[in-house]
Design a protein around this ligand. Structure first.
Ligand SMILES: C[S@@+](CC[C@H](N)C(=O)[O-])C[C@H]1O[C@@H](n2cnc3c(N)ncnc32)[C@H](O)[C@@H]1O
Length: 206
């Protein structure tokens, strides 16, 4: 059965995110993607970085079904593992030893603003436990800088997601990076991306 979902933003941002990832990702090893959604990013990045293994995950069954369908559709079943059922707040994360040992970094795209703040806290806490010195956690999405929106469109977007859930909202980068710091990460880079998004690279210090 074809359970593929199509998330329109992924069409717009996959190429530019992939370009930045290509400067960070090493040739070998595994990447864990948190909140993979439809799975469109997962299959695109698996094809773009054929020597690595891209592990998708999502807490939503509908999303995991979509990811499975995308993997089948792109004929990547022999390469890509099935999506993990992973809710960042349900700790400790159930990660196989194989994945843990081959992990080079964690990526989460457009997740932390559509989840409660505790999810950001849990994301850093668990990533901090899993990742070793020099490994990365990459976040992509809209952020506030100095607690201010960086554009009017982000302000409107923030209001619209808060109507859906008042615990959601565009996060303030300083507070996000402080969570990183508490868990052994430093903010290595902040890259401006199209449509007022940022790609933030956190690096594990020890
Ligand atoms: C806006 S979608 C983005 C999906 C995909 N990364 C993309 O860019 O198209 C947010 C995703 O975060 C996932 N998510 C929400 N809460 C989560 C949590 N507590 N742990 C992990 N993922 C979560 C949702 O299920 C959804 O797939």
């Amino acid at each position: 059965m074809d359970n593929r979902l199509f998330f329109s933003a992924t069409k717009r941002n996959r190429a530019c995110i992939g370009d930045k990832l290509s400067t960070i990702i090493k040739k070998k090893g595994s990447i864990l993607e948190i909140g993979s959604g439809s799975g469109e990013h997962g299959v695109v990045f698996q094809k773009r970085f054929p020597e690595i293994i891209w592990h998708t995950s999502d807490p939503e069954l509908l999303h995991r079904k979509s990811i499975i369908s995308w993997i089948e559709h792109e004929k990547l079943d022999q390469k890509m593992p099935q999506p993990l059922e992973l809710d960042v707040e349900k700790i400790p994360w159930k990660i196989s030893l194989n994945l843990e040992n081959s992990l080079q970094g964690i990526v989460s795209i457009n997740m932390i603003h559509v989840a409660q703040w505790n999810c950001t806290v849990a994301l850093f806490r668990e990533s901090g436990k899993l990742l070793k010195k020099g490994q990365f956690l990459i976040l992509y999405g809209p952020f506030k800088i100095g607690n201010k929106h960086t554009s009017q469109s982000n302000y409107f977007f923030d209001n619209s997601i808060k109507i859906q859930n008042d615990l959601w909202g565009i996060r303030n980068l300083d507070e996000v990076s402080y969570e990183g710091k508490k868990n052994g990460f430093f903010q290595e880079n902040m890259i401006s991306m199209p449509a007022n998004n940022l790609l933030i690279i956190y690096r594990k210090v020890s």
